[in-house]
Design a binder for this molecule. Structure first.
Ligand SMILES: *Cc1c(COP(=O)(O)O)cnc(C)c1O
Length: 427
């Protein structure tokens, strides 16, 4: 058995084939076609229990940040495990309800909530609105009053710390569009407490994504606790502390802290400053699902280039299926589902069929491949399917969940007719 970056549930066995739990991935590809997302239920459960055990004995709520992977069967798994959800749209709220999630465990984040979405979330009875601006606060108060309700609110504060991650996924620095600046937060809390449609219940921060160190979290925590003390000194009670998500995973050689190590460090600091009685909310996304998924794709053509050194391995998955490489220049490991010794190892750029030079999945990968082989793109469980599009009129991939030897199709491959079902010709 060889070790692969990511999930212990993903193994190459003595027969040279890649297995997720006890399912051979080349077989799943044959049965369900490619491109195909495959998720491990045990890997998702294990990721969740790492957080849960570290929080045991504390008032807490884990709110899975479902934008990482919002497929219904994934939400169902977390809902059944007692998880809450961090949502960023009314559409995500509808998904939570469709999957059997409890709206009373939902926190609603995002800088651009519309009045309609606010109304929908109030009617559903969400746990908390994480408010990101003063204008949003006023709007929410109006919407709540019109419905004769009070909206439970945390202010998302921007602690101005550097999460040391990619600029597109860093959210806690001043100059980001997210949150209310640390300097303004106290005034905004005072204003919130005076609004008839608002009930202040907590404080929230989320500093970025794919964070691989504990220190930025502790820096943010210190600043948030400073604020908590200042806010409570004004007589405004804050029940819960929501420290967001953002913990990174191993795509190649990153070594992020384990969830339990991160949580232990946070709790220690919280206790040391005398805030141990507060309920803790966390909003992990990527770290719950990222390493629990792979994307399978079939090699269509090999195109050794006349230009020195550039060989293209053209596969049937593309940027519309998996946007991370094109969008963030993200590295994702790519391995064959079945090892072969009958072709030489070469260096390939693994690219999709979409008409963009940005449509690549991996650059300069050393692989022994032939046409028709199935490759697995690892750590594709987060921000893979949930960011997929229909660019180039490509139907979105199918999804399969495995556990042990069982495999369930949890999403059919989209049909071309579905793609233009809502369109109309003129005349
Ligand atoms: C995206 C997001 C998360 C989750 O981030 P991950 O890096 O996937 O853990 C949590 N909270 C908020 C507000 C987010 O926008």
């Amino acid at each position: 058995m060889s070790t692969l970056p990511g999930s212990p549930f993903l193994q190459r066995r003595a027969d040279g084939r890649l297995y997720f739990e006890d399912c051979a991935l080349d077989e799943l590809a044959r049965e369900h076609g490619t491109p195909l997302y495959v998720y491990s239920r045990s890997a998702m459960r294990a990721a969740l229990s790492a957080y849960e055990s570290a929080l045991a004995g504390r008032a807490h709520l884990l709110c899975y940040a479902m934008k990482a992977n919002s497929s219904l069967a994934v939400l169902q798994l977390f809902a059944q495990a007692g998880c809450g959800f961090d949502i960023v749209s009314g559409g995500e709220l509808q998904r939570v309800l469709a999957a059997g999630g409890d709206p009373a465990k939902v926190v609603f984040s995002g800088v651009g909530k519309t009045p309609a979405e606010m109304g929908q979330a109030l009617q559903a009875g969400v746990r908390c609105f994480n408010v990101e601006s003063e204008a949003e606060l006023d709007k929410l108060s109006q919407v709540a009053r019109a419905l004769d309700r009070r909206a439970p609110v945390s202010l998302r504060v921007n602690p101005d710390v550097d999460a040391k991650t990619h600029p597109y996924i860093s959210t806690g620095l001043k100059g980001n569009k997210f949150g209310i600046s640390h300097q303004r937060a106290l005034d905004v809390y005072r204003h919130a407490a005076s609004l008839p449609g608002i009930e202040v219940v907590g404080i929230d921060c989320h500093i970025g994504s794919q964070i691989t160190e504990i220190d930025p979290y502790l820096d943010a925590l210190e600043r948030v606790l400073d604020l908590v003390e200042a806010v409570e000194a004004q007589g405004i009670r804050l029940h819960h502390l929501d420290l967001g998500g953002g913990l990174g995973i191993t795509y190649t050689d990153e070594a992020p802290p384990a969830p339990d190590a991160l949580v232990a460090a946070l709790l220690e600091r919280i206790d040391a400053r005398g805030h141990g009685h507060r309920e803790i909310l966390l909003e992990p996304g990527r770290s719950l699902v990222g390493n629990a998924g792979v994307l399978l794709t079939e090699v269509q053509y090999l195109k050794p280039s006349e230009v020195e050194g550039k060989h293209f391995c053209i596969v049937d998955a593309a940027m519309n299926d998996l946007m991370r490489p094109a969008m963030y220049e993200a590295y994702m490991a790519i391995v064959p589902c079945a090892e072969r010794a009958d072709v030489p190892v070469e260096t390939w750029d693994v690219v999709g069929p979409v008409c963009e030079s940005g449509d690549w999945l991996g650059r300069e990968r050393v692989l022994a491949v032939r046409e028709g082989d199935v490759l697995a793109i690892l750590s594709a469980g987060a921000y893979g399917m949930s960011m997929a599009s229909n660019y180039n009129t490509r139907p979105r991939a199918a999804e399969v969940m495995v556990e042990g030897r069982s495999a369930w199709c949890i999403r059919e491959r989209e049909k071309i007719e579905d793609l233009f079902a809502g369109e109309r010709l003129i005349g």
